[in-house]
Design a protein around this ligand. Sequence first.
Ligand SMILES: [Zn+2]
Length: 305
Amino acid sequence: MEALTREFATVAAGAFGLVVGSFLNVVVHRLPLEGESVLRPLRSRCPGCRRELAAWENVPVLSWLLLRARCRTCRWPIPWRYPLVEAVTAGLWALAAWLAASPALFAVHALVLAALVVASAVDFDRFEIPDEVSIGGMWLAPVCSALVPALHAETWVAQQVSGAGQVDRIGAALGSLAGIAVGGGALLGVGWLGKLLFRRDAMGFGDVKLLAAGGGFVGPGGALLALFLGSLVASLVGAANLLRFLCLSRARVRARGATKPLARSLAAARIAGRYLPFGPYLGLGIGIVLLAWKDVRGVLSVFAF
Ligand SMILES: [Zn+2]
C-alpha cells in the first residue's frame, strides 16, 4: 500500500511538474522584462506574430513536438528551452516526490527546485539571476525552515541548537540563517580572492545571492558542498568548451594560413569563459544537496578516507 502511494505521488508530481514547467517558461520570459506582469496576460502569445495561442498549442512538450518547433502562422522558431524547462521541472518534481520523507518536505523541495530552474534559465539567457528568486529565497528560507524543521535534520548548527532528539523550529531557523551567511560569505570570499589574483571581477553578485538563498535551505555545510559540486561541474564543462573552442579556431586559422593560432585562440577563449554563467551550475549543486545530501556525503567520504 505504502509503495503504491509513493509511486502514485511520483507520477502525479511529474505530471503536475509539466504544467508548472510550462508556467515557469512564462516566468523566465517575463521576469527580466520591466513592467511585465508574470500573471497577465494569462494567455500566452507567440513572440513572433503576437497571436494568442490556442489551448492545444500550449500543451507542455507535446505541442512543441507537434508544431515541430515552429509557430503555426509565422514560423517563428520556438526555442528548445521551452520543452526542456517543462521536461526538467517534471523530472525534478517526480524525483523530489520519490525521495521526500513527508508531503511538507516535498512542498518545500518542489518550490526550491522550481526557483532554481527559473534562475538557471534566466542566467543562461541574460547572464543575470533575478532578485525575485535570490533575495526572495533568502527571505523565504528561514520561514520555510521554521515551518518544516525536517529541512535541517542534517544541519549541524540546527542539531546543536535543538539539543537531543529532533531538530526543532528555532534550531532549523538558525541553521537556515547560518546557511545564508556561509553560502553568501563563501562566494564573496571566492570573488574577493579572484579579484586579488586576476584583477577583475571573477564572480557576479547574483551568484553570491543565489548561494546565500540556497544555503538557507541546505544549511552551511550543504552550501559549501553545493559550491564544490557546482564548481566541479562548471570546470569540467568549461574545460570541454575550451578544448572545443581551441580545436575549432585552430582548424579555422589553419584554413586561413595565419600564424600564432594558439595565443590568439587562448585570448578569445578567455573572453568566452568570462561570460560563462555560473548560476546554472550553482543551481545544480544546490539541487543535488537538497535532494540527496546524505548520499553525496556518503560518496565523498569514500574520497576523504
Ligand atoms: Zn507566430
